[in-house]
Design a protein around this ligand. Sequence first.
Ligand SMILES: Cc1cc2nc3c(=O)[nH]c(=O)nc-3n(C[C@H](O)[C@H](O)[C@H](O)COP(=O)(O)O)c2cc1C
Length: 161
Amino acid sequence: MKSLVIYYSHRGNTAYVARCFFEAFQKRGEANIFELKYIGGENLLMRLLYRFTPSRVQLATVPFDLEDYNVLCLGIPVIGGYPSSAITKYISLCENTSGKKVICCYVYGVEASADHCATYIEKQLKRRGTPEVINVFVPWYDVLKENFLDTMINETFKRIS
Ligand SMILES: Cc1cc2nc3c(=O)[nH]c(=O)nc-3n(C[C@H](O)[C@H](O)[C@H](O)COP(=O)(O)O)c2cc1C
């Protein structure tokens, strides 16, 4: 199994969750991990504005073509009920998503808001093809709770195997 982990993180929680997933994928095959980075305009105001115009985001290059991968794991911070614009932009550039397993890992504070974000992301993914979407919800305040992530990651692997 070849897996790709892509994430964006403002405050580090999503980065930590993405890293844990990456290490779990490494134990099961080949895995790569990339942090999304904005080219220019990474100040807070620009990032807030990009939420309404994600198409204007310019991302540093990461793998966009999933042809060689079985699984894509997206680390998604929920901000204002939406994913970070870097994630939205990444999805809009993804190729060959059909038939791939896409784990959407939402790191959030408010459940209803994370649900809203998941609905939004699923719509974006459907524009790019027909992947199998597996949603995983991680409250930010549980990220460092003992065994929480291990259990969640093991359950996720059961769902994709
Ligand atoms: C400015 C700001 C806005 C946020 N808005 C939401 C929100 O709308 N819904 C939610 O569930 N969590 C919200 N959160 C909580 C974040 O999802 C949480 O801080 C998470 O850890 C962000 O991921 P990160 O640590 O990787 O940046 C917000 C946090 C910040 C700082």
